[in-house]
Design a protein around this ligand. Structure first.
Ligand code: ADP
Ligand code: MG
Length: 761
């Protein structure tokens, strides 16, 4: 696949020297070592970095910062008025202390300065006289019930006026920057002013085409930078922020459009549907009818695979909505045309399960060349990292000879030794676990560019899909196949023994009625440091959905672990005589397989597990999902877990056990979870409740580094507009010759992505 954009910029100093120009200059050189180093600690190294170190908010001399909200441990910058000051000798010790109280009119904050002699504190006392207003910066600590800043960094507005000698500054908004103990917000403001003053339009690339700016009434980049860092009015910074949101969206959408255009310009093999082949035979033996939604998607896939242009499609659908069946039908169309299909799963358990269910659905059709195998059949092989050498050799040979029409596996498929010469279709299950680069490694295996189908059961709001999977077209399966009984959800407070007991009694009742129960814990063993709710090797890609929102507010308590809970349940009277299995990602593969098989067959009808069972696992008899420390999991993840039950004809039940306080944000999230089974709604709630960076991390975009102001939910209209315009631009001018500023920004953002990706792996 040809990449339209040079990727070497960041790592090539010559490039920085040449194209970086003024923006590439080091701050240590421009501002002095001290300021440069202090900014460096904030990740701000060059003039360009500093210009993109956006103020977090804007203050107003007339409006003091509400002090009530400050929390101990926060590094804060506040605007306040001095209400009193008191300089005295320390009692019983040598030295002096200056206590200054500042106020927002309602609440107070204590400033404390220590000095050897009162003389050394007098200048502070003079500057911080009663009635003076200014900005104060430091880390909040607690002292005898007061919140205080010790030796805060500060500037009073009188000082500032001296310094800037600019009378009209009095009512300009004050930019408040993310700062640190070694450099205060107003010092950053001055640093920005120093680097911004000499810049001209030539120095700063303009990423937004003039026509687009006009259409959306957006300032040019220099005006916007000044509006952001040195606004005269609130409108200045508001307009500037809007411009940079558009810019972020535009740069990202242009990169995606180029990527898409580059792929579409590659040749793919066209697999025309062929009557009387394996696909027809498969349809004939399916024990159910596809739903209308499944047929709709199946028709789209059929058409796109039959074209000589690579398909690039995302298929979203609730767990159990029947994505895999539709994907299999597409794979068989490729096999009918003499090609091979690969199915990539995020875990071994899932790869094995896909292998089982696909060979199950195909029956004799998967036994080509074997006694009793169908004539029009093919072979389905499984390739995972932990296979024995002999089995692995056989599977590799079947894939390489083209004998295997369908190759199923985990990351192991990406290895260079795996050859799939007639690869015509790649199906990726749960894409958000895979990076774009991994996707490309698979695509590179075939002779022609293979068609690509990405399946995800995590409902992704439209604009997130456009941001994270912007180079893919999206299809959605909304209805579940008929006959699903559904799931009810209840929250169980962990501090109500009777409720918890009742939970285990319910589990027993279900087991006695022939059901199975999952019990999910955030950890494997007791005593590890809290926090890997996504244990089984998922967290290494940054897709950690773990929450610790209320960490500071709640006392640390040990989280439920698989080993402890399993031991405990074996002692629980309500479960006497019920066999209890254990499952987590660190078990050897055979042990995991055996645990799943025992559970599916009912030999151990209760399975205590980590989230390794999260995605796709299909045991129709499972009716209960107990999630312990449910507040530790993300909403999407809880929804995935809940989707494991109620897949058969019996209704499912999800019991979310939590110690979160009913007033806490964590509890609120759980209440939202219990209130709806609509995965799309939950995904949106999830987004609203967490920070954007987490969202992008969780959807594995790898692009969070270039998104600073853009909010994927609120800015849907911006993303829409930018996407349409970027696609049109790329269609007319694929190399962006007419927009050199944009071309440069796109190259830099791709470079940042690559860097972020390398850091993650
Ligand atoms: P997904 O991949 O979306 O989680 P699957 O394709 O694995 O869903 O389907 C889940 C279960 O439902 C499987 O057992 C599958 O055989 C069954 N199934 C799929 N489509 C239908 C349908 N139209 N009617 C009845 N059962 C179906
Ligand atoms: Mg599935």
């Amino acid at each position: 696949m040809n990449q339209p954009i040079a990727r070497e910029s960041r790592h090539d100093p010559a490039f920085l020297g040449e194209v970086g120009g003024r923006l590439g200059r080091s701050l240590e050189k421009e501002l002095g070592t001290r300021t440069g180093k202090a900014l460096g600690k904030l990740g701000v190294h060059t003039v360009g970095d500093l210009l993109r170190h956006y103020p977090r908010r804007y203050g107003d001399r007339g409006k003091l910062t509400a002090l009530r909200e400050l929390r101990v441990g926060d590094h804060v910058t506040v605007i306040a008025e001095v209400s009193s000051n008191d300089l005295r000798q320390m009692r019983g010790k040598s030295g002096s202390i200056l206590n200054v109280r500042i106020t927002d009119g309602t609440d107070e904050l204590l400033l404390t300065f220590f000095g050897k002699h009162s003389r050394s504190l007098e200048h502070h006392q003079r500057r911080l006289r009663r009635g003076a207003t200014g900005m104060f910066s430091g880390t909040v600590s607690a002292y005898r019930g007061d919140r205080q800043l010790t030796h805060p960094n500060y500037e009073t507005f009188d000082d500032l006026d001296d310094e800037f000698a600019a009378v009209q500054k009095v009512d300009w908004p004050i930019p408040i920057y993310p700062a640190s103990a070694s450099i205060a917000s107003w010092q950053i403001e001055k640093a920005v002013e120093t680097v911004l003053r000499p810049l001209t339009a030539e120095d700063v690339p303009e990423a937004l085409p003039a026509a687009y700016r006009r259409e959306h009434d957006l300032p040019d980049v220099m005006t916007a930078l000044r509006g952001l860092h040195a606004p005269r009015t609130p409108e200045d910074w508001q307009r500037a922020r809007r411009r940079f949101r558009h810019e972020e969206a535009f740069v990202l959408q242009t990169a995606l459009a180029q990527r898409r255009a580059a792929t579409l310009s590659d040749a793919a093999t066209a697999y025309e549907p062929r009557g009387g082949g394996i696909r027809d035979a498969f349809e004939a033996r399916l024990p159910f009818e596809l739903t209308a939604g499944q047929w709709e998607v199946a028709a789209v896939l059929e058409r796109e695979i039959a074209a000589p242009v690579p398909m690039m499609r995302l298929l979203q659908g609730e767990v159990g909505s029947g994505k895999t069946v539709v994907a299999l039908r597409a794979m068989l169309q490729v096999v009918d045309g003499g090609g091979q299909a690969a199915l990539l799963a995020p875990t071994e358990v899932l790869a094995q399960q896909h292998h089982r269910s696909i060979t199950g659905l195909l029956g004799p059709l998967a036994e080509a060349g074997m006694l009793g195998g169908a004539e029009e059949g093919t072979r389905v092989v499984l390739l995972t990292g932990s296979m024995g050498a002999a089995a692995r050799r056989k599977a590799l040979a079947a894939a390489a000879s083209g004998e295997a029409g369908i190759v199923i596996g985990t990351h192991a498929l990406l290895s260079e030794v795996v050859q799939i010469p007639d690869l015509g279709l790649v199906v990726v299950d749960e894409q958000h676990r895979f990076g774009v680069e991994q996707r490309d490694a698979l695509r590179a295996k075939g002779r022609a560019t293979p068609h690509l189908l990405v399946m995800t059961a995590t409902p992704i709001p439209r604009t997130v899909a456009m941001t994270s999977f912007g180079d893919l077209e999206t299809s959605t399966l909304r209805e579940l196949p008929a006959g699903r009984a559904g799931v009810s959800t209840n929250i169980v407070p962990a501090d109500r023994p009777r409720w918890v007991e009742r939970t285990w009694e319910r589990v027993r009742e279900e087991v006695e009625a022939g059901g199975r129960a999952y019990v999910v814990c955030p950890r494997i063993t007791a005593g590890e440091n809290g926090g890997d709710a996504t244990e089984d090797g998922f967290s290494d890609d940054g897709s950690d959905e773990l929450f610790a929102l209320d960490e500071a507010a709640e006392p640390r308590r040990p989280l439920a672990s698989v080993e402890e809970v399993a031991a405990l349940l074996r002692q629980t009277p309500a479960l006497a005589g019920v066999a209890i299995g254990e499952m987590h990602g660190q078990l050897p593969t055979d042990t995991k397989d055996a645990a799943m098989a025992d559970f599916a067959a009912g030999r151990t009808p209760v399975l205590v597990s980590t989230t390794v069972i999260e995605v796709g696992v299909d045991v129709p008899e499972a009716t209960v999902m107990v999630v312990l420390d449910a507040d530790r999991f993300g909403l999407s993840q809880l929804h995935q877990l809940r989707g494991r039950v109620g897949r058969g004809t019996k209704p499912g039940m999800c019991l979310a056990v939590t110690a979160a306080h009913p007033d806490s944000g964590s509890f609120e999230r759980l209440a939202a979870f219990a209130a709806t089974t609509d995965g799309f709604e939950l995904a949106e709630t999830d987004l609203k409740l967490r920070r954007e960076g987490d969202v992008l991390g969780a959807t594995q975009s790898g692009r969070s580094s270039s998104l600073r102001l853009l909010r994927v939910l609120q800015d849907a209209d911006i993303i829409d507009a930018a996407r349409a315009a970027a696609r049109e631009l790329v269609a007319h001018d694929p190399a962006l010759d007419s927009e050199p500023g944009l071309a440069r920004m796109v190259a830099e953002s791709i470079d940042e992505d690559a860097a972020a990706y390398l850091e993650r792996t």
